[in-house]
Ligand binder design. Structure first.
Ligand SMILES: NC(=O)CC[C@H](N)C(=O)O
Length: 204
């Protein structure tokens, strides 16, 4: 069974755990560096990115999370989680993890519509996806290897860059688990997959 961690410091943790389990994988709460061992993939949930960053630092997780990214295992950031992954956050100095080749802007959809739902057409999904946006960021720029999977109102709201998947909205808040399932499909098969760092990923 695939083992998928959810960074469990703040935000929509339970909902991601539920969605992962609904897709038939094992969900594991990540609060400390040791919790990252033995995971096949990791979800960074939505919440509030500056609060989450403070808690990441308090738990000593910033470098272990960067190492996790270097190991080549898939990471999925939703909303604040996307902000944590991004290589650049508009108007901010240093990025958080800075591992996904996208530039994001926070709180991009205007105060009067801080939260809303939208029917999105997403590359790779056959039918539209009803997405919940809560004080959502958007992707203002992507690197050459990054694939834009969805735009809303002319703004990029979902992208994939190698092992990294990110979206502006909260796919875990509905009963539609297709995006979680899309992410789980990014996990390489367990036997003999060569990771980008040259390690053989062969856990049984
Ligand atoms: N729903 C969310 O995750 C909102 C993200 C939040 N606005 C931030 O900047 O971190």
């Amino acid at each position: 069974m695939k083992r998928v961690g959810v960074l469990a410091l703040q935000g929509a943790v339970r909902e991601h755990i539920h969605s992962i389990e609904a897709c038939g994988a094992k969900a594991i709460s990540v609060k400390w560096p040791k919790d990252l061992e033995e995971l096949d993939a990791l979800v960074l949930p939505g919440g509030e990115s500056t609060t989450m960053r403070r808690l990441i630092d308090r738990s000593g997780l910033i470098e272990p999370l960067r190492e996790f990214a270097k190991s080549g295992r898939p990471m999925f950031g939703t909303c604040a989680g996307l902000i944590l992954l991004a290589r650049e956050v508009a108007g901010h100095g240093a990025p958080h993890l800075g591992v996904m080749d996208v530039m994001v802007e926070r709180n991009s959809f205007g105060r009067q519509i801080d939260s809303f739902e939208a029917e999105l057409s997403i590359t790779g999904l056959e039918a539209p996806f009803n997405a919940v946006f809560i004080r959502a960021p958007h992707i203002v720029g992507v690197g050459p290897e990054t694939q834009v999977l969805c735009e809303h109102d002319g703004k990029i709201v979902m992208a994939k860059s190698g092992q990294f998947l990110g979206c502006s909205f909260h796919p875990e808040l509905t009963y539609d688990h297709r995006i979680t399932s899309y992410f789980l499909d990014m996990i390489p098969s367990r036997t003999g997959t060569l990771l980008p760092n040259g390690m053989l990923y062969s856990k049984v």
